[in-house]
Design a protein around this ligand. Sequence first.
Ligand code: F6P
Length: 335
Amino acid sequence: MYKIPSLPTNKTKPQAIAILTSGGDSPGMNPAIRGVVRAALHKGIKVYGINKGYSGLIIGDMVEMDSASVTNIVQRGGTLLKSDRCLAFKDPTVRHQAALVLKEKNIDALVVIGGDGSLTGAHLLTQENNIKVIGLPGTIDNDIYGTDDTIGFDTAVNTALDAIDKIRDTALSHESLFLVEVMGRNSGFIATHVGIACGAEMVVVPEYEIKPETICFQLANNRLLGKGASGIIVVAEGQTPGLTTHLANVLAQHKLEAKVCILGHIQRGGSPSGHDRVLASCLGSTAVNYLCAGYNDVMIGVRDNAITETPLKDIIEKNKKLDDTFFELALLLHK
Ligand code: F6P
């Protein structure tokens, strides 16, 4: 249960808002859209749904939404509004064009659901043009400063766990070692959570250096302790594709054979977990309250179970760090 702030509605309540999903999709974007739409309609605010993120915004590809537009989507993965990584939005003239599109339709504010790149776009849009923006953290990576949790993270962790539990069965049958690559780009949040929850023999993340010798020692020690020769090593994908295969090659040089299994985009799909549905619904509807209270240029996230705002500037400038003690716990539990 989240503590939801009670905010005043000021005189400059928006008349019309628009909403888009941007960047890599994440399970829970749909309940977030639904939360925004239903809360806005409740306050008598018009809502436009923009198709395909910033790419759709630039060309004015949007439709007015009503309550029925978001019916039956709370349980669906992906995003009803579709998403895109719009490189053109890095250009200030393109952002100006987007602002003109919104102004022409008398839209006072834009809600952006996405990761740090998408929230950077929102921040620049409001700084350079007189359009209010509110961001919601929508990414499976959970790597956004200012929020303990992001929409889609919980589902992605559970999807990876479901797959790894199955891989564990075959690993045990054949006494084999698997390197299972999970998503997360250059952050190890998914890998560390998944590693703890699946009882991995080791977790490899970009934030900490783990030597191949340490992995070999850990697995040899497991055999000595009577834990058998099979194992699961959860590897965060890192910034450059191919790192897990490279690790397998390095381990082979140390006479440790490992099969590589890349979970990939399966982690981005699927029905959102109950946790993500509740988180997304709370963030979506509270975002409207923040807009009505006159907030601009902030992301609505969750800290210590309370829904709270963080300036988008901070989100862009600061990094969310994987907690040392948490990662050490993941390592300790493998021993
Ligand atoms: O940011 C979400 C994410 O799924 C990352 O974990 C991953 O590195 C990236 O997106 C993959 O993006 P794309 O689908 O564009 O290849």
